[in-house]
Write a protein that binds this ligand. Sequence first.
Ligand code: DAH
Length: 346
Amino acid sequence: MEENKNELELIHSKALEDVANVKTSEDLQNVRNEYLSKKSKLMSLMASMREMTKEQKAEFGQIINKIKTEIAEKVEAKKEELEAKALNAKLEKEVIDFTLPSRSYSKGSKHPFQMVVDEVSQIFIGMGYDIAEGPEVETDEYNFELLNVPKGHPARDMQDSFFINESLLMRSQTSPVQAHVMKAANGVGPIKIISPGKVYRRDDDATHSHQFGQIEGLVIDKNINMGNLLSTLQLFVKKMFGEKREVRLRSSYFPFTEPSVEYDVSCFNCGGKGCSLCKGTGWIEIGGAGMVHPNVLKMSGFDEKEYQGFAFGVGVDRIAMLKYGIDDIRKLYTNDKRFNKQFNRD
Ligand code: DAH
């Protein structure tokens, strides 16, 4: 019994020493096998209890259990210690370096076409106009007939169009929105709208693209006259190109207006003296306008004796090119980011 106790004490102290010296989880597994498994030395000492008296068994059994529990606790503590160490080592390796420069990203910018649309829209919204929209695939009726351009009318030649079938085409102008808005109003004014949008024609050179933008303007009310049209254009041009700018009207022809004009702005580059931008004339052409033709009013359900109106068109691409010094209209449609972002003023 005493001998066994001594051996037990030896195993006990050796076990504690071994656990303390453990460095890896493999070491720990070996220690566990050596002292706690069924084939361990402690177990073989337990077997020796068979030869002991009952009292000796009780005493020895208690001691051996206490030692076993202690070793098991130390092994468990060691296991936790090793796990914590492994976790810390991993975290240290994965440390985030806040001094690294962040990834750069490029900020988008508004397209010069859209910049013009937005600027013109804001000016007219400020004058109490609503924004109206119309379809880009349009009927012959709306694109031409309701605008006083019947089949066979020579004015159709000016707008060489993309027809989809006999009666459908990609709209060649935003003017058909006039007819849509008037019909929706059921012959009751006032109407005050602008309609920005894309239009299509069979054109392709440095100043003409098969797709381009127009902004249509329409005012219908009682007692509307040419003076209202002129003052509206003057206000628009001053807001758009500067307070010193003047408007010039030249007589022209459009089938849907009578009288018809083209309107110019005094050159915002040279102030009217003459330069390369205005080709020496001092004036820059902006668009067409006029008093809404009585036939157009009538066809879209308005009493032409009671109501009058004026209409105007603004060329979006033309203004963008003049304003930002763009030499080829096609640059507006090729989506080159290096080109597009030059005009961002935000
Ligand atoms: N739609 C015409 C064009 O594309 C432009 C235009 C002229 C619009 C006179 C108008 C206008 O509203 O009154 O050539």
